[in-house]
Design a protein around this ligand. Structure first.
Ligand SMILES: O=P(O)(O)OC[C@H]1O[C@H](OP(=O)(O)OP(=O)(O)O)[C@H](O)[C@@H]1O
Ligand code: HPA
Ligand SMILES: [Mg+2]
Length: 180
């Protein structure tokens, strides 16, 4: 059992998250008006954000799930992307919106974007609830971002530390003394 005292400051409350997800859903619905999109949920981290965002989007959409992993166990990226589960629909000619909980080094989204570009979609855009630009190693930016955050390891709202804390309804800083 991980000690709940590992959780530090809450940076976004349940209410902050709800308001921002509503805004993003409205913006996406307006910008894709008249089109149909495929939301690609990148598991596991984006399960909560995708579920909330999808319900704020009021244009026709389908939802596909893909599972990848770059962080094996803790707080540092392995640098390469492991595809654990691919989507199983053709995407040629489709508008794709890839949904992530966070862009940190950018390695995950950069690799995903390159991979989807080879499948001939009509378009590929990226939506990340959190963006940590100070840590970027790969040249990638999201088209839609919920919040830009400082360089702290965050947990909650899908984000984990060693698979824990994804269920927290808020986003908090993991105290450094527990993983450094
Ligand atoms: O920008 P990056 O440095 O690549 O980091 C971001 C990625 O890392 C986390 O996933 P992780 O690989 O830990 O798997 P998970 O979603 O199952 O937690 C997070 O959900 C993003 O997918
Ligand atoms: O800050 C983070 N928290 C959880 N998972 C992550 N994966 C990349 N950055 C993070
Ligand atoms: Mg992830």
């Amino acid at each position: 059992m991980i000690d709940p005292k590992t959780i530090g400051e809450v940076i976004y409350t349940r209410e902050d998250i709800k308001k921002r997800v509503e805004e993003l859903g409205k913006q996406i619905s307006e910008e894709y008006a008249g089109k149909e999109i495929i939301l690609v949920c990148i598991l596991k981290g984006s399960f909560a954000f995708t579920a909330d965002l999808a319900r704020e989007i009021d244009i026709p959409c389908s939802i596909e799930f893909m599972q990848v992993s770059s962080y094996s166990n803790g707080t540092t990226t392995s640098g390469s992307l492991k595809i654990i589960k691919d989507i199983n629909v053709p995407v040629d000619g489709k508008h794709l919106l890839i949904i992530e909980d966070i862009i940190d080094t950018g390695i995950t989204l950069n690799n995903l974007k390159k991979m989807f570009d080879t499948r001939n979609p009509a378009s590929v855009k990226l939506c990340a609830f959190l963006d940590k630009p100070s840590r970027r190693q790969a040249p990638i930016e999201a088209d839609y971002v919920g919040f830009t955050v400082e360089d702290n390891f965050l947990v909650g709202y899908g984000l984990d530390y060693a698979q824990h804390f994804r269920n927290l309804p808020y986003i908090a800083i993991l105290k450094e003394e527990y993983y450094k």
